[in-house]
Design a protein around this ligand. Structure first.
Ligand code: KDG
Length: 307
């Protein structure tokens, strides 16, 4: 029985620091928020399994080798006929990071309620899913809902991607899952304001709690995390990243680490402190799993940051 079960689609990642054009060189890797957060959870000491569908082809074999190398249990991965979901990570013409997706109809988005192992979900320490798993298909959204409603500790990361779902749709996913949710981890301001347009973070977190969520961790970049645990507000400061190469997956690293530490019995605020440290280290590598810090490194970074 895993400490953490992560639900979602593992993506093929092709990345470049340049804008796309004919002849652009792209680097192949594997990512997707589910993989990024599962890698962080495993590194944080939790026995972590991924619940996902992966195409039964050579690229799928390589993808799963990478998943195993990241210390993740693949016993809940189903190999199926179908195509990979892919995203290109590149620059837009002004140099900002951009994602382009080629994923509609992918094998991963065919994950459905019938794939959810109810007994395992009920016994797992925690279940983690994101708004991306809800946005990629109605079937996948149902799978998330079934898992959330059977889990004793469900963590939801809104991970709003406007190229996959509009604001109303993303808000609906959050509302629909709220009553099953132990912790939600929206980024401030965009995701947090999906359900309230107030400029006051604690007013927004209490609006989110009113939907039925027990705790809200608003991630606010350099301003740190505002944790609202059933009405008790705690500000957890940010920690400066020793090296910034690529921000991709920082939020996933936070969510995965916090979920792992919660499942292992840490107090929520301690789990959040480690999540902040892990996210700050995760930006030191290219792509979603370019740098996954060990628990020792994360603890040391958290201690240094607090000093
Ligand atoms: O959070 C990083 C993810 O966005 C990236 O790995 C790609 O999963 C991805 C997505 O669907 O955007």
């Amino acid at each position: 029985i895993p400490d953490v079960l992560v639900i979602g689609e593992i993506l093929v990642e092709l990345s470049s620091t340049e804008p796309l054009d004919a002849g652009t060189n792209l680097t192949l890797n594997f990512s997707g928020d589910a993989l990024n957060s599962a890698a962080a959870a495993a590194a944080a000491g939790a026995h972590t399994a991924l619940l996902a569908r992966v195409p039964d082809d050579e690229l799928g074999d390589r993808l799963l080798e990478r998943v195993v190398a990241l210390g993740i249990d693949t016993s809940q991965v189903r190999r199926v006929n179908g195509q990979h979901g892919l995203y290109l990570q590149h620059a837009d013409p002004s140099g900002d990071r951009e994602f382009t997706y080629v994923r509609r109809g992918s094998a991963g988005s065919g994950l459905g309620p019938g794939d959810v192992p109810l007994d395992l979900v009920a016994r797992a320490g925690a279940v983690l899913a994101s708004g991306i798993a809800c946005a990629i298909s109605p079937l996948s959204a149902k799978a998330v809902r079934v898992a959330a409603s059977n889990s004793r500790c469900f963590v939801f990361d809104p991970n709003w991607r406007p190229r996959l779902v509009d604001a109303a749709g993303a808000a609906e996913h959050l509302r629909g899952l709220a009553k099953y949710t132990r912790l939600v981890t929206p980024a401030w301001p965009g995701e947090a304001q999906l359900v309230s347009d107030s400029d006051d973070p604690s007013a927004v977190s209490s609006a989110i709690r009113e939907l039925g969520v027990r705790a809200v961790a608003l991630t606010r970049g350099a301003e740190g995390v505002l944790l609202d645990d059933a009405g008790r507000i705690i500000e957890v400061p940010a920690i400066t990243a020793p090296m910034v190469v690529d921000q991709t997956g920082a939020g996933d690293s936070f969510a995965g680490t916090v979920t792992a530490r919660l499942a292992l019995g840490d107090e929520l605020v301690d789990a959040v402190r480690l999540g902040v440290a892990a996210a700050s280290l995760s930006v030191g590598g290219v792509g979603g799993t370019g740098h996954v810090a060990t628990l020792e490194e994360t603890r040391a970074h958290a201690a240094n940051g607090a000093a």
